[in-house]
Design a protein around this ligand. Structure first.
Ligand code: ADP
Ligand code: MG
Length: 236
């Protein structure tokens, strides 16, 4: 297949100025994400994984390099263009769920839906993550895994082309993590969405089509996997 990739990072670097010190969070990173691909970014703490995800999500802009999404370079978007990009193209899932505690599961998902034209049905999205019967529960009445699945429904209700997830199972026990990984795999396999997921858990990488390994801000390995593992088979 020679189709243009959905996403292409081309020699991307991100530096942070901390007083007199320059932190090279990401250095000269290049990779592609194809439509429908499940990509996992591996690496130890501080290796630049979150920075990569924030750049892909339009939360941060690179110091140099190009980030082509559907052929357009988001590296040079202004604030208004980035806002539109974040609303329409990407859905973000965080390690600590970030749900609004005073809103029910359904209201958390609906709130995002109101921002976006052509959004999907919030109740249907809760159903898709297996939480139809928890719609009226508040976050404090849900387990960690259920809260993370609400967060995934919230990310997906915008019908984004790309789901971005930063250590989405980092705060969950093994069994709960597997359930959340199954939902993410289904989003990729059944809804055809590209997924870029960050983890420091090597075992999780087995479920990816492609594994990117980061070290000290550099991309040191790109590995393709012909037969991604079923999340149910993952052990750690
Ligand atoms: P990871 O997600 O792999 O743990 P990060 O992408 O969060 O790594 O961070 C990579 C490096 O960049 C780290 O050294 C971190 O301290 C630094 N860094 C990240 N964000 C900032 C920031 N906003 N200001 C200064 N340094 C930062
Ligand atoms: Mg991180």
């Amino acid at each position: 297949m020679s189709a243009t990739p959905l996403v292409r990072l081309d020699d991307v670097s991100k530096e942070y100025e901390l007083g007199a010190v320059t932190v090279h969070a990401v250095r000269g990173v290049s990779f592609d994400v194809a439509a429908g691909e499940l990509v996992i970014v591996l690496g130890p703490s501080g290796s630049g994984k979150t920075t990569i995800l924030n750049l892909l999500g339009g939360i941060d802009s690179p110091t140099s390099g190009r980030i082509l999404v559907d052929g357009r370079d988001i590296a040079h978007y202004d604030e208004e263009q980035l806002t539109q990009y974040r609303r329409r193209t990407t859905g973000f899932v965080f390690q600590f769920f970030n749900l609004i505690p005073t809103l029910t599961a359904l209201e958390n998902v609906s709130l995002v839906a109101e921002l976006v034209p052509d959004c999907l049905d919030p109740a249907e999205m809760l159903g898709a993550v297996g939480l139809a019967d928890r719609a009226d529960h508040f976050p404090s009445e849900l387990s960690g895994g259920e809260q993370q699945r609400v967060a995934i429904a919230r990310a997906l209700v915008k019908n984004p082309a790309i789901l971005l997830a930063d250590e989405p199972t980092g705060n969950l026990d093994h069994e709960t993590a597997i359930r959340v990984l199954q939902v993410i795999r289904d989003v990729n396999a059944n809804q055809g969405k590209a997924v870029v997921m960050v983890t420091h858990n090597n075992a999780v990488a087995a479920m990816a089509h492609k594994v990117l390994r980061m070290r000290s801000g550099e991309l040191v390995e790109v590995r393709r996997q012909e037969t991604p593992a079923d999340p149910l088979s993952l052990v750690w």
